[in-house]
Design a protein around this ligand. Structure first.
Ligand code: FAD
Length: 402
């Protein structure tokens, strides 16, 4: 199955993640993390910090799959608005979900402060906006609901619009966002823990058996890893672990401009429009415009080049609609990857419904990275048999989804 296409901007850096050997002899550990993208790196980081004897394996190289093309808008607000999520959450649950996002944002900042900012991290506000007057009521309702629940938000319409494009309505979440280079963040985590845990690349888990209380995971070369716990962080590739359908898969497209002379919008907030399919925009540390979206359902096994070219063109046209002076600017990168969604917008985190001590931290949805932080913290507690967050069942693979 093909998961990434084009030239991802984020992994096109000189200083790549160090390479690690493949596994060539049988080995054992307390916890095996399968999948070395950003979700696996975050999980392994928290396991290592908690002195859990851990091995991390990846079937290819670390960070080169969907991590390399995740646009990394880090924010607490979800893709859907509060009113559209009432069939999944009570009001209190939704507020808790927003708070989980804000806490994860603060935790990412703490990690950056501790390890040093080598991943182009920048804190910012987050704006959701609409270009259609017909959506103003919907956004106003969302604004009021967030305001009433104590979130720091502002509302804009065309009368007080501080942005240089013609929005009809918008909600600004103050301090509700951040962005970084996800590949470099993974590099920072991995190179910080690689003395505490064992890491193997080119090592694929092809079968998993449970024998009494131990798992035996066999690699493509017939080597065995014996462990007490497994965390699956394989992204969209979960067939070896569960036969359940855990997400809907889309292809999400991204283009990245050359560095621009001037900031396109002053506050550098993360931008997301309210249309369907949606668009999201952010600036990079070196003032490039990164614009993504135009998602289409992924059918079959291959990302189609013809559709991708059309989508890159549509993204460019949308960018020019917002910022007409971009018409002569080159877009240096075009790429796309598989993006998974779930109907309640949340990732899959927790223990397998049938197999004890088999866990998932699958960063599905637009807040995948944020929830992967929350997931890793809770998986450490599950493995240590400690009390977990009361909201964790909302993320479970067995949650009831209509
Ligand atoms: C286009 C796009 C935009 C996104 N934008 C955002 C965003 O703005 N904000 C946000 O928070 N999140 C975003 N996400 C989601 C977020 O990035 C995900 O959390 C992340 O991409 C998935 O990371 P991952 O580590 O699970 O996946 P991957 O990077 O794909 O890592 C999975 C790894 O598992 C390995 N693997 C698979 N099977 C096996 C096996 N059997 N044995 C060993 N290794 C195996 C693969 O080789 C791979 O390296 C976006 C994702 C995409 C694709």
């Amino acid at each position: 199955m093909e998961y990434v296409k084009g030239k991802p901007y984020f992994s096109d850096v000189e200083d790549k993640i160090k390479s690690y050997p493949y596994l060539d002899k049988n080995i054992s550990c307390d916890c095996l993390v399968v999948g070395g993208g950003i979700d696996g790196a975050i999980t392994a980081y928290y396991l290592a910090e908690n002195n859990i004897d851990t091995i991390l394996i990846d079937k290819y190289r670390l960070g080169f799959m969907n991590t390399s093309c995740a646009t990394a808008l880090l924010e607490y607000q979800l893709d859907d608005h509060a009113n559209d999520l009432t069939k999944f959450f009570t009001k209190e649950e939704l507020v808790d979900v927003y708070r989980i996002g804000l806490k994860a944002l603060a935790d990412i900042e703490d990690i950056i402060k501790k390890l040093g900012n080598y991943c182009n991290y920048q804190k910012c506000d987050a704006l959701v906006f609409s270009l259609k007057s017909s959506e103003a009521k919907q956004l106003k309702r969302e604004y009021i609901s967030r305001k009433e629940n104590g979130f720091d938000v502002a509302y804009f319409d065309k009368m007080n619009n501080p942005y240089p494009f013609a929005l009809e309505s918008a909600i600004l979440s103050k301090g509700g966002g951040a962005h970084f280079n996800p590949y470099l963040f993974e590099k920072e985590l991995i190179e910080n823990i690689d003395k505490k845990i064992k890491i193997y690349e080119n090592t694929e888990a092809v079968s998993i058996k449970k024998c009494k209380n131990k798992f035996i995971v066999t690699t493509q070369y017939g080597i065995e890893i014996m462990c007490n716990n497994i965390v699956c962080t394989t992204g969209y590739n979960t067939n070896n672990f569960s036969k359940d359908k855990l997400c809907d898969k889309y292809v999400s497209y991204t283009i990245v401009s050359k560095p621009l002379k001037e900031k396109l919008w002053k506050d550098g907030a993360l931008l997301q429009d309210n249309s369907n399919p949606y668009h999201y925009l952010r600036l990079s540390y070196d003032n490039r415009l990164i614009i993504g979206g135009e998602d289409v359902l992924f059918k079959g096994k291959v990302i189609k080049d013809k559709v991708a070219s059309k989508k890159y063109k549509m993204l460019r046209e949308f960018a020019i609609e917002l910022f007409p002076n971009l018409k002569d600017i080159d877009f240096e990168y075009e790429f796309c990857g598989i993006f998974a969604t779930t109907s309640n917008n949340l990732s899959i985190i927790g223990e397998d419904s049938k197999v004890e001590n088999l866990y998932y931290n699958l960063g599905y949805g637009a807040n995948g990275i944020i929830y992967s932080i929350y997931g890793a913290q809770n998986l450490v507690r599950l493995i240590k048999k400690q009390k977990t967050s009361k909201s964790l069942p909302l993320f479970s693979m067995t949650r009831k989804l209509p």
